[in-house]
Write a protein that binds this ligand. Sequence first.
Ligand SMILES: [Zn+2]
Length: 416
Amino acid sequence: MITKEELLKLAKEREDELIKLTSDLIKINSENPTGSQREIIDFVKKYLEDAGIEAQEVAANEKYPCVLAKIGSDEGYSIIINGHVDVVPAGDLTKWDFDPFGGEITDTQILGRGTSDMKAGVACAIFTMKLLKESKAQLKGNIRLHIVSDEETGGEFGTKWLCEQGYAKGADACLVAEPTSNSTIEIGQKGSNELVLKAYGVSAHGSLGNYKGDNAILKLSKVLQNIGRLHNVKGKFTEDQEEALSNSKLIAQEKLNHPGIENVIDRVTANVGIIKGGNKLNMVPDYCEAKVDVRLPIGVDTEELNREIENMIKDSNVEGVEYEADWKNFGNSTPINASIVQSLKKNAEEIWRIKVLPAYQWASSDARYYRELGIPTIQYGPSNTEGIHSYNENVDIEDVLNASKIYLMTFCDLLL
Ligand SMILES: [Zn+2]
């Protein structure tokens, strides 16, 4: 029976194969929303089938297919590994120093759109499954692959749909291969929600605006001046969430480098993203609305938040302003002592020889759909964050090779 050490040796011998696989995935343009996902999905299916792994295509929308696969036995511990193959559009090609779909490999990096977000992560996932399959490792359970092609434009037809359809049923853990720093395992996140503020006024001829009518834009702008108040509302963390909370605050301070910014982790944040009001220049507007992205931390009391919104409107001293909010995306987390967290932490520390901290992120991702089903879910993947959703995206070869080893070692610990 093959051991963890033998598998690790095998992974080292076949490093070039993983680098080429990552580059091959980059060469297939899978821009979303502008491109097509057909070719990249076919590539992933063929890669798995060539390795003797049965691959199944399922889809809620034929433009955005998903690939499912499994290795191991039907019984026992079951881990899902999740990744998306769609990438954000390359945008203005003149701003790139290289061809975003060239898949160029330098001495230390692989270059192109989607290297970090997240074709390197997908490559690590399918390469690791191939190694385990080909080496006939005897798994005391199984690894299930969830590859989706709709993540970058909302994810309706990707992970959310797979979870709704029951494809995650029975899983004991989930690893999302999305980009993270080498020293951070993401074990929780905030929830993003839409708050709509609506102001109603009275229209009049624009020439009489100083005397007649009731300007809805001016009224709403008074309320929006006070939107910062929502940041006073705090989440509530249990005792066993304190460690990850303090890790997260440290990471936020280090990465975002702005006084007080660590508070984004455990407080509500509110960003006025869209405002619409008025129909004509020469009319006093009778309606104006603003859409606010409100991020809820773990454990927030939405009753308290509603009261804060009502008080914000009241204290702005304007009549005729209402709000609408349907709080449905909450902060979510995986216990820090879950075996997938502790096992990946140990292996990442061994490979990188640095301290690796489980932490909560200030943004959100597909991990939440698995957490909503009660599946302990973590996010850890190879990346250089600077080029993500921007120009000159790249990934360090060392990151890719190390991530694949960390995945392999974690699967071995949990399944061999
Ligand atoms: Zn991503």
